[in-house]
Design a protein around this ligand. Structure first.
Ligand SMILES: N[C@@H](CCC(=O)N[C@@H](CS)C(=O)NCC(=O)O)C(=O)O
Length: 211
């Protein structure tokens, strides 16, 4: 088993944090430096024609090219501690919150970052070897949507210790990494959102946050 990873990229970090929470050692890893456009090198496109990381290559040659699918694989192999739910209800609730954190959290953050940061000039969407222009209006819209999500999250975390309920789950991982990535474009959790700030502190106290 081999994990194609890039330490500085947010989506592979989900997998590393997930594994750390489960106490599963990191498989053999290969760094693919997306800042140097290594994801478009012939050797990597032969592994993932989509040109994105992470990729988990299984011993039978299967390649998983979505971070959440990789997490699902490890969850099925090592159900405890559960991070994606045990009962049908828990599984559905965690999936609901994970998807919301991805669509309403990481989506807008990605728009805000990739349509504004010089690092992503002509690389506004991941995986396009031929380039993709930045659209500044999308960066602005991303910032607004993210700010809006933080307010909603504050209400949720006023009533719930973790995002999907009483237990830490994949939804917390997706949300934490979106919030950390947002800092790269100076989007920070306002002091008034005390519940989100309490939760961020709790997340950062977990050893897995450094994975
Ligand atoms: N939905 C995919 C997204 C993968 C993705 O976009 N990865 C980024 C790194 S965080 C990447 O490979 N970027 C390549 C690029 O910028 O061209 C997942 O969750 O695995």
């Amino acid at each position: 088993m081999k994990l194609y990873d890039f330490t500085l990229a947010p989506n592979p970090r989900r997998v590393r944090m997930f594994l750390a929470e489960k106490g599963i050692p990191l498989p053999e890893t290969v760094q693919v430096n997306t800042r140097e456009k290594e994801q478009f090198a012939d050797w990597f496109l032969a592994i993932n024609p989509r040109g994105t990381v992470p990729v988990l290559e299984l011993d039978d040659g299967t390649r998983l090219t979505e971070s959440i699918a990789i997490c699902r694989y490890f969850e099925e192999l090592h159900p405890e501690p559960s991070l994606m739910g045990r009962t049908p209800r828990e599984k559905a609730v965690i999936e609901q919150w994970s998807r919301r954190m991805e669509i309403e959290g990481m989506g807008p953050v990605g728009d805000a970052l990739r349509n504004a940061a010089p690092l992503f000039d002509d690389r506004a969407i991941a995986g396009y070897a031929s380039g993709m222009p930045q659209i500044p209006a999308l960066a602005e819209r991303g910032r607004r949507c993210f700010d809006d999500l933080l307010v909603k999250l504050d209400a949720r975390l006023a009533e719930s210790r973790f995002i999907a309920g009483d237990d830490f789950s994949l939804a917390d991982i997706v949300a934490l990494i979106a919030i950390d990535t947002a800092k790269r474009v100076d989007l920070v959790v306002p002091e008034a959102l005390v519940h989100v700030r309490r939760w961020v502190d709790e997340m950062n106290a977990r050893p897995s946050a450094r994975a």
